[in-house]
Design a protein around this ligand. Structure first.
Ligand SMILES: [Zn+2]
Length: 176
């Protein structure tokens, strides 16, 4: 081995050691997803969901989900990936993971947002919302009080209700 080859070999092994020593940086979205899973696993009783500081929610939710769930925002119509989902399964809160709607209660409202005739009983709370000069009924997750959307009295039978839910505020769990 001549001198130059030896130098190259040393540089190469240093480089390789450096690459192996520094773990690949995970994409932000995947990283947040992991932190959200860890947060959910760390909460042992329902009351503790309401003690989570806003800074933690900001850390574990995607910017879009944070804006809707914690900032009471509304996504653009037809923008959500669950709007046209017709698979059977369950829809859960995008923040705490509580199951909120069964897929068989979903219907095509033509509005641009996932719509349901009824929630899983006891898992949704509602309150009056007078923002934007309208009187509407806001619906929130019973457990973590995250904003989900609104409920309107123009739905199909049997309830006559339309739970108009932001796609980004819920996650879909297909039935096995
Ligand atoms: Zn929740």
């Amino acid at each position: 081995m001549n001198k130059n080859t030896a130098i190259y070999a040393v540089i190469l092994s240093f480089g390789l050691a450096l690459v192996l020593a520094v773990p690949a940086k995970k994409p932000v979205r995947e990283d947040k997803q992991m932190q959200l899973i860890e947060l959910r696993e760390s909460i042992k009783n329902d009351a503790d969901w309401l003690k989570i500081p806003d800074s933690t929610w900001k850390k574990v939710l995607s910017p879009e989900a944070y804006k809707i769930l914690r900032g009471h925002g509304t996504e653009m119509a037809c923008s959500g990936k669950l709007y046209t989902n017709k698979q059977s399964g369950t829809y859960a809160c995008g923040a705490c993971g509580l199951e909120l709607f069964h897929a068989e209660k979903k219907f095509d409202s033509g509005t641009g947002w996932p719509s349901f005739v009824a929630p899983i009983e006891g898992n949704i709370i509602s309150r009056e919302d007078s923002s934007y000069g309208m009187i509407r009924t806001e619906v929130l997750c019973r457990r973590c009080h995250s904003h989900l959307g609104h409920v309107f009295p123009d739905g199909p039978p049997p309830t006559g209700l339309r739970y108009c839910i932001n796609s980004v505020a819920i996650e879909f769990r297909p039935s096995l």
